[in-house]
Write a protein that binds this ligand. Structure first.
Ligand SMILES: [Zn+2]
Ligand SMILES: [Zn+2]
Length: 281
C-alpha cells in the first residue's frame, strides 16, 4: 500500500521525516511520498533512512497555485461570495537536483514567510498574546497552519478550522494575500524538471466548473483518494482519470496534528504505484 501525500515538520506537519518513516514502517505501508509544502528539505534525512527501513520513497512536493482568470474570478465571487481558491498541485518524480526548482522553492518560501510575519504582526498589533516565548522571526517555515496552532495554544481558537474561520481565511481581518505561482506555470515547472503534475484533493474545490478547468490543463494525474473527496466524487474522478488517460493517486494528507489523522493513513492509499511513478533508488 502506498500513501502518496504526507507532510513533515519541514513544512506544517508535526513529525520529523524520521518519525514519519518509522510510523509508515509500523503500520506496514509499502511506500510513501513526503509532499511538504514548497520544500524538499525532508528528503535529506528521508532518503537514507527509508533505505535503512526498507520503505519505498517516492519523491514529492506540494505547491499552492493561483488561477489567473479575472472573468472566472468575478463569476466565482458572484456565485460563492469568495475569491477563487488556491489550486494545490502535487509534483512527483522530479529531478531533486534541479537548480531551477531550488531557486523557485527559495523564492516561494520567502514569500510565504513574509506573508506569515505580516499576519503575526497584525495580530500582535491588535493585542493578541502570541509567539511570546518564540523567536518566530527566525523560523524556517511560517505558514498559516503554524499560526493557527499558536492561536489554539494561546486560547484564541479551538481548532485549526476555527482559527481559519475566525482570523485567517481570505475574508477575515488577518488574511494577507500571498503571491503564488500560476497553475500553468507550476505545471510547466513540473514538466521542466522531469516530474509528474497531479491535481491535489479536487474535493476541496466546490465549483464543478473550476474542477473541469483544472482537468483541462495538461496535468498528468488526479488525486482520486483523499479525505476531502466524497465517495461520489471519488468515483467520478476515477472515471475522469481513465477517460483522460491520467494517472490515479491517493494519500491521506497527514500532518499529524490531530489524532484522527492516524486512522486515515491506510484508508487513503493506492495498492501499487501508477505507471509513471518510481521509487527513489
Ligand atoms: Zn493541499
Ligand atoms: Zn497536503
Amino acid at each position: 500500500m502506498y500513501n502518496l501525500h504526507l507532510h513533515t515538520n519541514k513544512s506544517d506537519g508535526n513529525l520529523s521525516p524520521i518519525e514519519l518513516i518509522n510510523l509508515a514502517k509500523d503500520i506496514e505501508l509499502r511506500g510513501i511520498s513526503i509532499t511538504d509544502h514548497d520544500t524538499i528539505d525532508a528528503y535529506m534525512e528521508a532518503i537514507p533512512y527509508s533505505k535503512e527501513k526498507d520503505i519505498e520513497l517516492i519523491l514529492g512536493l506540494e505547491l499552492s497555485t493561483d488561477i489567473n482568470n479575472p472573468k472566472l474570478e468575478s463569476e466565482y465571487i458572484e456565485k460563492y461570495g469568495t475569491n477563487l481558491p488556491e489550486i494545490h498541485l502535487l509534483i512527483y518524480n522530479f529531478d531533486i537536483y534541479s537548480k531551477k526548482l531550488h531557486m523557485i522553492l527559495k523564492d516561494i518560501m520567502e514569500k510565504r514567510n513574509k506573508r506569515g510575519l505580516k499576519i503575526i504582526k497584525k495580530l500582535i498589533n491588535d493585542g493578541f498574546n502570541i509567539f511570546e516565548d518564540t523567536d518566530y522571526q527566525n523560523e524556517k517555515f511560517i505558514g498559516r497552519v503554524k499560526i493557527a496552532n499558536e492561536l489554539i495554544n494561546t486560547g484564541y481558537a479551538s481548532s485549526i478550522k476555527d482559527a481559519f474561520a475566525k482570523y485567517l481565511n481570505y475574508n477575515r481581518k488577518y488574511y494577507v494575500k500571498r503571491e503564488s505561482l500560476s497553475l500553468d506555470k507550476a505545471i510547466k515547472l513540473a514538466h521542466d524538471i522531469g516530474g509528474i503534475a497531479v491535481f491535489a484533493h479536487p474535493g476541496e474545490i466546490i465549483s464543478n466548473k473550476l474542477r473541469k478547468l483544472v482537468l483541462n490543463t495538461n496535468i498528468d494525474g488526479i488525486e482520486c483518494f483523499h479525505p476531502r473527496n466524497s465517495a461520489i466524487l471519488t468515483k467520478e474522478l476515477i472515471k475522469e482519470a481513465k477517460n483522460r488517460n491520467l494517472i490515479i493517486t491517493g494519500g491521506s494528507d497527514f500532518h499529524g496534528t490531530e489524532k484522527s489523522e492516524y486512522k486515515l493513513l491506510k484508508k487513503y492509499t493506492i495498492p501499487s504505484l501508477p505507471n509513471k511513478l518510481n521509487r527513489i533508488e
